[in-house]
Design a protein around this ligand. Structure first.
Ligand SMILES: Cc1ncc(COP(=O)(O)O)c(C=O)c1O
Length: 369
């Protein structure tokens, strides 16, 4: 029989494995009933709106296929965002919108310009297609230079991907910086601004949605948002893209499956969207806690990236040191994520959890010093 590895495309064989926050160690701890602090995946620790659970219970027609066009969801989202529903693509998480777009837009050998490090899936999708990732590193002061990204984009790209705020560092560009970057792109470059952490970031001075400047830019663009973070629906997998042109939406779906978002997830999204007060209260609590965690880290002289999302990222000179910390914290049932950063450097990304989770994280860190 043919070896499975010989069946798979070479560009796929060479890919790194995406590191999810649900590790075997976490599963074991959960199975044993141990109390754990889950700070590895930037989830909302307070849960979804109670209306979501009611909506889920009231779904009865699971024997029938869902509306593959997500019509009621897009109409509700369109009204909320004041955007034509035909410009919206709702899918099983914003990661799937990203995947649909990369797979249908990118060809082998084309360039994707992004920050380094950034949301790892973009690099995986780029390399899997045989396209080329061009990364722009952070500076020594842990900021990203808009001018550096603009000059890289100026060299030409099929896609410019900006996670704003940037996962896994937490940095965000201001509207002026984004304008500089976007205006350096060719009108043939698709600009993707991933605003997965928008609901948290927008509370920070100087941060605004990229939509108005992208609308004015006369560049093709997609803005990604998700219900996995502030709305607390990570387990139900719903996210969406706002497209510059409605005709691009069916085109990026053409090469994919017909159904993706299930009936339960569609009902949950509608209920979560209708309870803005719940989402806002989650953001309030998270931002208060984030300030507390940042102050505690500052006292310990830890170098931390600017934090515009619902997580804090600690810088390490060596990636190995970050992995050691991740493992040592996991021994104490505190689950964070170590990730590679600039040239051999690393970071430990910790979600801002409930006060008791953050206390455990800070105490475990102190215990390891
Ligand atoms: C920047 C960024 N984009 C997209 C996603 C994927 O989100 P979703 O759960 O909507 O697929 C994440 C998840 O962590 C993220 O950090």
């Amino acid at each position: 029989m043919i070896e499975p590895e010989r069946l798979v495309r070479g560009t796929v064989l060479d890919l790194p494995t995406y590191k999810t926050g649900v590790s075997p160690h976490l599963l074991k701890a959960l199975d044993s009933g141990a109390s754990v602090a889950r700070l590895g995946s930037n989830e909302n620790p307070y849960g979804a709106s109670p209306r979501v659970y009611e909506a889920i219970r009231s779904v009865h027609d699971v024997n029938q296929y869902p509306d593959g066009g997500n019509t009621s969801v897009r109409v509700a989202l369109g009204a909320h965002l004041e955007i034509d529903p035909d410009r919206l693509l709702v899918s099983t998480g914003s990661e799937n919108v990203l995947s649909d777009v990369f797979v249908s837009v990118l060809s082998p050998g084309e360039r994707v310009v992004a920050l380094t490090p950034t949301f790892m899936l973009t690099d995986i999708l780029t390399r899997s297609i045989g396209a080329i990732s061009m990364g722009v590193n952070y500076e020594d002061d842990l900021s990203f230079s808009a001018d550096a990204l603009a000059s890289e984009a100026e060299n030409g790209a099929k896609i410019l991907y900006i996670s704003n705020p940037n996962n896994p560092t937490g940095n965000a560009f201001s509207s002026d910086e984004l304008r500089t970057i976007v205006s350096a792109t060719s009108p043939e470059t698709l600009v993707i601004v991933d605003e997965a952490y928008y609901e948290y970031a927008v509370r920070h001075e100087g941060f605004e949605s990229s939509l108005p400047l992208l609308d004015a830019s006369e560049r093709p663009y997609i803005v990604l948002r998700t219900f996995s973070k502030a709305y607390g629906l990570a387990g139900l997998r719903v996210g969406y893209g706002i497209f510059y042109h409605p005709d691009l939406v069916p085109l990026v779906r053409r090469g994919n499956t017909v159904f993706d978002v299930g009936t339960v997830s569609q009902a949950a999204l509608l209920a979560a969207l209708a309870d803005q007060a719940h989402m806002e209260s989650v953001v309030d609590k998270t931002l208060t806690e984030k300030e507390r965690v940042l102050k505690a880290l500052e006292k310990r002289n830890v170098r931390v990236f600017p934090a515009y999302g619902n997580f804090v990222s600690l810088w390490f000179r060596e990636h190995n040191k970050a992995i050691e910390l991740e493992n040592a914290l996991a021994e104490r049932n505190v689950f964070v994520k170590a990730l590679p950063a600039r040239a051999g450097e690393g970071l430990v990304r910790a979600t801002v959890g409930k006060p008791e989770d953050n206390d455990r994280f800070l105490e475990a860190l102190a215990g390891l010093a």
